[in-house]
Design a protein around this ligand. Structure first.
Ligand SMILES: Cc1cc2nc3c(=O)[nH]c(=O)nc-3n(C[C@H](O)[C@H](O)[C@H](O)COP(=O)(O)OP(=O)(O)OC[C@H]3O[C@@H](n4cnc5c(N)ncnc54)[C@H](O)[C@@H]3O)c2cc1C
Length: 450
């Protein structure tokens, strides 16, 4: 039986950040990680020629100050995502190349999409990030889905197709799968839509040289044998005297626990005594999104020669968004693409060969015949990962914020909750995960010192 001041469950960015902060404050800590690697939703891989790519979270934007600070502290470097040239949008059988703010939509649709953005952001300004359920119009905003709001506010099919692609690109979930309040909270949490969608100046601006998984690896290296891999937690006993965490291979006793796994996975653990209904009810209602991420390698980033930056929305197809993901020296060309939401669920039923063929066909449609013969292809289906069960993160459907939201980060006795889903700033992002680790560690330290 191992004894520590604090036991942390999950060695993703949230858990490792919490552990690092606790260790720095002089506390002993044990981190239990189910997988045989750290990093969770950050996963590194290599394509032909040794090109490093991320199969999970990869981009960092200018407002993401906590993760940027961590990257710098750990001696990692960033480089800008390639963003020179025109983007393309495929809609209704037509490919449109554009370099302006229209996203390749018809003028009428671009104006209408912009009007909806303005209206949504005006309402989002009224949403409380620290307590969305206490926002002035919380009940009204939470009883509707985003889909219902969009359809009530436009009848333009092109605009609805565009919004469908934007929403699934941000959430890996459909507009019908989240409440309007959740959508508004989330866009405000990340600095509104332009910040979330943009490459330069937005959330996709920077990449980490060698891959974001190194952030977790370096955090774990510094924690040494405090991090125990291959240790899935099954049960947490908790009471006034402390916590006892049971994992495959042993037990850890501690004064407090930080549970740094997505809420839906936290809900699958056994608690003794059982958690309050408010907390258990919450974890029953934060499903993960659906995404399959693909990386396609070519000898060169040939699309750049055609003046394209690799960014595409396919409003007709299943691989709905792509970006240039080539290495900084452009020694290979790499396109990253995403099957998201309903598209991920249908693509997930295909064989890997069928999926690859579908991806290549889409890239030929978007970038021309040079896309026909990739030199490498990699994919990651996050829905099938036992210790993630979908990505990018959890979302709240109609009624959940107002009925259960208060239980999202509120400690239950000696149990504290961390993870990207619990952050009020950059919720769902790596930055939010880091912030949640800091917040949970601060809660624990305050409690231990009381
Ligand atoms: C395809 C994809 C693309 C993304 N793109 C971006 C992006 O570009 N930019 C960005 O900022 N974010 C992005 N994200 C989101 C970002 O990766 C996550 O928000 C962040 O990594 C979450 O960190 P976390 O520590 O909260 O959770 P996780 O990374 O999920 O960590 C939880 C850890 O707990 C472990 N665990 C689970 N169950 C147990 C158990 N029972 N016992 C012990 N351990 C357990 C898991 O194995 C995991 O290591 C993306 C995610 C995905 C999947």
């Amino acid at each position: 039986m191992t004894r520590s001041d604090v036991v942390v469950i999950g060695a993703g960015l949230a858990g490792l950040t919490a552990a690092r902060t606790l260790r720095a404050a002089g506390r002993t800590v044990t981190v239990l990680e189910a997988r045989d690697r750290v990093g969770g939703r950050n996963l590194g891989s290599h394509l032909a020629g040794g090109v490093p790519v991320e199969m999970g979270g990869q981009w960092i934007g200018p407002g993401q100050t906590e993760v940027l600070a961590l990257v710098a502290e750990l001696g990692l470097e960033t480089f800008p995502t390639y963003d020179d040239g025109a983007a393309v949008t495929f809609y209704n059988g037509t490919l449109t190349t554009y370099s302006d703010e229209t996203f390749g939509l018809s003028l009428e649709a671009a104006i209408e999409a912009g009007r909806l953005q303005g209206e949504l952001e005006t309402i989002a300004e009224t949403v409380s990030l620290s307590a969305p359920w206490l926002s002035p119009r919380a009940a009204e905003l939470d009883r509707r889905t985003l889909d219902e709001w969009l359809r009530a506010n436009t009848g333009n099919a092109e605009v609805l197709a565009f919004w469908g692609a934007v929403v699934t690109a941000l959430f890996s979930a459909e507009p019908a799968e989240m409440s309007l309040l959740h959508f508004l909270f989330y866009i405000k949490s990340g600095g509104m839509l332009d910040s979330l969608v943009a490459t330069t100046g937005g959330a996709q601006e920077l990449r980490v040289v060698g891959g974001t998984h190194q952030i977790s690896e370096r955090l774990a290296d510094a924690l040494g044998d405090a991090v125990r891999l291959g240790s899935p937690v099954r049960k947490i006993s908790h009471g006034p005297d402390g916590v006892e965490v049971h994992f495959d291979g042993g037990q850890v006793t501690a004064r407090r626990a930080v549970v740094a796994i997505p809420p839906t996975l936290a809900g699958r653990l056994t608690y003794e005594p059982a958690l309050p209904a408010s907390r258990d009810g919450l974890t029953q209602q934060i499903p993960m999104g659906s995404v399959i991420k693909v990386q396609v390698a070519y000898p060169t980033p040939f699309w750049r020669e055609a003046g394209l930056n690799g960014f595409a929305f396919d409003l007709d197809g299943e691989l709905s968004v792509t970006l240039d993901n080539s290495p900084p020296d452009a020694s290979r060309g790499v396109i990253v693409g995403f099957f998201e939401g309903a598209h991920a669920r249908s693509a997930g039923r295909l064989s890997p060969e069928e999926r690859r063929a579908s991806v290549v066909a889409t890239l030929v449609k978007l970038f021309g015949p040079d896309a026909q013969n990739p030199i490498d292809y990699a994919e990651q289906n996050w829905m099938e990962e036992e210790y993630t069960r979908g990505c990018y993160g959890g979302r709240l459907g109609a009624g959940v914020w107002t009925q259960y939201g208060a239980a999202l980060a509120e400690p239950v006795g000696r149990l504290h909750w961390a993870g990207a889903e619990t952050s009020d700033i950059w919720n769902g992002y790596m930055d939010g995960a880091v912030r949640s680790g800091h917040r949970a560690a601060a809660e624990v330290l305050a409690a231990l010192e009381a």
